[in-house]
Design a protein around this ligand. Structure first.
Ligand SMILES: NC(=O)c1ccc[n+]([C@@H]2O[C@H](COP(=O)([O-])OP(=O)(O)OC[C@H]3O[C@@H](n4cnc5c(N)ncnc54)[C@H](OP(=O)(O)O)[C@@H]3O)[C@@H](O)[C@H]2O)c1
Length: 320
């Protein structure tokens, strides 16, 4: 089978196209023929070995998982003897990240039937489906953590990215009043996704406006938490999806002093999240935001664009 391997930490050029044997499913596993994957922030961070502390888990001197890729959409082409949940021909999508050894940058992947995947939303392409799980499960995790309620005023800082666009769509679903930020060229998209007010982060509108929020989600990690504190109502919630050490410490200190409630850390990816994401997609509450579709052979360029932020939503990789 065609596969991309990552034999060393480094720039996008370390990714190499190769041929490997097709894996065989164990009795409790399915074999998925992968039709599409998505290049995510986790993908480029794992390839680059960033942050350095992550190498404790992913390999000290070189990546310990040979084939990268944590997200897939594809078709079940074989099932082990004890598999009951899926049958050959089912179209499925989800995560094959850390606990399943990655491997979505290959034409075939074996997964236990109780893994973090489920049948795809109806009438959705493989490439659209592949762009949903990363941002979708992260957004579900943090929106639940924030206990968002109808009518609350929400700021989403960085709402045009893979995670931000899904937080925006979920906040809309929950009936929040949404202010969303992005680069100027992405503001129309934010309005189309349901934002009530948009701001470009290239100006200083956020710092100078008088708006106050119940909840602030930050997916960019570029704004001082001291500004967020000024923008939060008393008892407001700050959700740091992305944060450097300074922001994290600042957020924790403010939370310890009772100035705000803080949610941060790693989002959990679960089967229940995948089922909920699928329900929301089937009922028309969330849709894919695909920057472009690229072939597997262009994976290095897809990494370069994703890492540099020169994309909107998510880049999908098609195997066909
Ligand atoms: N905690 C977790 O479990 C978890 C899970 C998933 C991801 N993450 C992290 O969350 C972050 C976002 O991931 P992603 O995949 O959504 O990334 P992404 O697709 O690159 O999105 C980044 C967002 O930040 C915006 N942005 C860029 N520069 C900005 C600035 N100076 N001020 C305000 N916004 C700015 C971008 O806007 P434009 O595109 O319009 O420029 C875009 O909306 C990454 O750091 C990722 O590692 C954390």
């Amino acid at each position: 089978m065609k596969a991309i391997v990552c034999p060393a930490y480094g720039g996008p050029e370390v990714l190499q196209l190769t041929q490997l044997p097709i894996p065989q499913p164990a009795p409790n596993e399915v074999l998925v023929q992968i039709k599409a994957t998505a290049v995510t922030a986790a993908d480029w961070r794992l390839r680059a070995g960033q942050p350095a502390a992550a190498r404790l888990f992913f390999g000290l001197t070189k990546p310990k998982y040979r084939i990268p890729g944590g997200i897939f959409a594809g078709t079940v082409v074989a099932a082990g003897a004890s598999v009951a949940r899926y049958k050959t021909g089912d179209n499925v999508y989800g995560s094959c990240a850390l606990q399943y050894g990655f491997g979505a940058y290959a034409e075939y992947k074996t997964l236990p039937e109780d893994g973090v995947f489920c049948p795809m939303p109806k009438d959705m392409s493989f490439t659209d489906a592949a762009t949903l799980p990363f941002g979708g499960m992260t957004a579900l995790h943090f929106v639940q953590a924030a206990q968002l309620k109808a009518g609350e005023r929400v700021l989403i800082s960085g709402a045009s990215g893979a995670v931000g666009n899904m937080i925006l769509q979920l906040a809309k679903y929950h009936g929040a009043h949404i202010t969303a930020t992005a680069n100027t060229h992405n503001l129309l998209l934010l309005q189309q996704l349901g934002a009530d007010k948009v701001m470009s982060y290239t100006g200083n509108e956020l710092a100078t406006c008088n708006d106050q929020y119940d909840v602030i989600f930050d997916t960019a990690g570029k704004t001082p938490v001291s500004l967020y504190k000024k923008k939060l109502k008393p008892g407001g919630r700050l959700v740091l999806v992305a944060a450097d050490i300074g922001q994290m410490m600042g957020g924790m200190l403010l939370a310890m002093r009772g100035k705000l409630k803080l949610s941060a850390g790693m989002a959990r990816e679960t089967y229940d999240h995948m089922r909920e994401l699928t329900r929301l997609a089937n009922e028309g509450y969330v849709r894919a935001v695909v920057d472009q579709i690229m072939p597997l052979e262009a994976i290095a360029e897809a990494h370069r664009l994703t890492q540099s932020g020169q994309k909107t939503g998510t880049i999908a990789i098609s195997f066909t």
